[in-house]
Design a protein around this ligand. Structure first.
Ligand SMILES: [Zn+2]
Length: 446
């Protein structure tokens, strides 16, 4: 047996030697830079464009989605000045025609994008964070009336801008992409445009954190307040290449272990490590009941993409005309947001993106021995393609457990554990000296 250290004491320890997973001081520092005041100013500015409806003006200098996306690009360009030429800022746009659904005029659809290129030319990994710039009122086709979209999805775009502000000051081996999508309310159109580009250009996109409504703490109707939990929605069974994957998923019982679900678990573990008083609540579905979001455009192309959303939604302040009825204010206005809660949710994004971009890439050729029947589980792997490696975590959980329960640390390239693969799931991730761990790999059996 190789030297083992187990950590994460979520279930009683089977091994005596313990190792505490500690914070990487650099990442803790990034998280501490997330500012509620800064977020508030981003939201107020976004609201000032009147409407950011996808079919609103793209030529007016002050009002409409064109002015809004120009402003987002100008923020990115400002941050790029501190990035020594590593940050590329551009508008991805195209004119789309009426589609008989939610687009009824020729529309200049544009995503505002900043790419913070990695410093390791051999490291092709890309980690993305997004929110949607477009807003709406009660009528989804109304491109004229005041549609502040403070929370939906000013919060997502504000989170993107704030994260770009903080992370652009540092160098990461892997690449981080910041996006303000357009066309979400009209059918996830901007996200589709970028997901197709990523697919066509073979981007090694390993994660998308889609932030859509992360700044409200109060539920309508039931009046529940929750500023301590953030939901992360993730797909279970994969939409993409289902026919090819189904047999393996069935053979190995992996219906709860798709790439998006693994990313969600990673967000929970890493995010909670850096952000105090916040629990990441894993929701085992791709999105909210019968509703959609921009990550789905990426999920549909086979990328690991998840949705981050506040725990409670408030339908009085979502997709509503700005009005008062019986003394009650409707509409998506900044005054209904909780900026301290919002700040914590941005901290989750910053910590996860930084941890991913600093981490070594995933271990290669991770295989489980299955030649003979045994109550041991033996896994072999090879070192990752990129990054410095201090060792590996072998993760384990019971088959009915939601998250990984134990992490065994080893410096070797294999492990033999006295736990039967019948009763547990296993995975392997690489980790560097700063404690930044890669995404996980489920062992193959071939
Ligand atoms: Zn939204």
């Amino acid at each position: 047996m190789k030297k083992l250290i187990c950590s994460l004491l979520l279930i009683p320890a089977f091994f005596s030697a313990q190792q505490t997973v500690s914070r990487d001081a650099q990442i803790a520092n990034y998280v501490s830079q997330v500012s509620a005041d800064s977020l508030k100013s981003h939201i107020n500015k976004l609201v000032s464009f009147g409407t950011r409806h996808t079919m609103s003006s793209t030529t007016d200098a002050k009002k409409g989605i064109g002015a809004a996306r120009s402003w987002v690009l100008s923020k990115f360009r400002n941050y790029a000045k501190n990035a020594d030429g590593r940050m590329e800022v551009f508008l991805q746009n195209q004119t789309i025609q009426p589609d008989g659904k939610r687009i009824n005029q020729a529309t200049d659809l544009g995503n505002a994008i900043a790419i913070l290129h990695g410093t390791d030319p051999n490291d092709k990994r890309i980690f993305m964070m997004g929110g949607h710039l477009d807003s709406r009122v009660s009528d989804v086709m109304n491109a004229k009336d005041f549609a502040p979209g403070a929370n939906d999805d000013g919060s997502g775009v504000g989170a993107v801008i704030e994260s770009a502000r903080i992370l652009s000051q540092s160098k990461f081996p892997a690449t981080i992409v910041f996006v303000a999508f357009s066309g979400e309310e009209q059918g996830l159109l901007g996200a589709k445009m970028l997901a197709e580009k990523a697919k066509t250009e073979n981007w090694q996109l390993e994660a998308l954190l889609n932030n859509d409504m992360i700044g409200n703490n109060l539920s309508s109707e039931t009046n529940l307040i929750n500023a301590n939990q953030l939901r992360v929605f993730s797909e279970g069974l994969p939409q993409f290449d289902w026919d090819k994957k189904a047999q393996n998923i069935r053979n190995l019982g992996l219906e709860n272990d798709g790439d998006a679900r693994q990313l969600a678990r990673y967000i929970k573990e890493v995010g909670e490590r850096y952000v105090d008083n916040l629990e990441v609540k894993l929701i085992y579905r791709n999105d909210r009941f019968l509703r959609g979001g921009d990550h789905t455009s990426f999920v549909n192309q086979g990328f690991a993409a998840v949705r981050l959303t506040e725990f409670n939604e408030n339908y009085d302040h979502q997709h509503q005309d700005i009005r008062k009825e019986n003394g009650k204010q409707y509409g998506d206005l900044p005054e209904f947001m909780d900026f301290e809660y919002f700040k914590k949710n941005v901290g989750i994004n910053v910590s996860v993106l930084a941890n991913l971009a600093k981490s070594p890439s995933k271990p290669e050729n991770v295989k489980m021995e299955v030649k003979e029947l045994t109550n041991f589980t033996t896994i072999h792997w090879e070192k990752p393609k990129n990054g410095e490696v201090a060792g590996y975590y072998v993760l384990m959980r019971e088959t009915d457990a939601s998250t990984w329960q134990k992490k065994f640390f080893t410096k070797e390239n294999s492990i033999k554990l006295p736990y039967s693969k019948d009763n547990y799931f296993f995975a392997v991730q690489a980790v560097n000296n700063s404690g930044n761990e890669s995404l996980i790999v489920i062992p193959s059996v071939k």
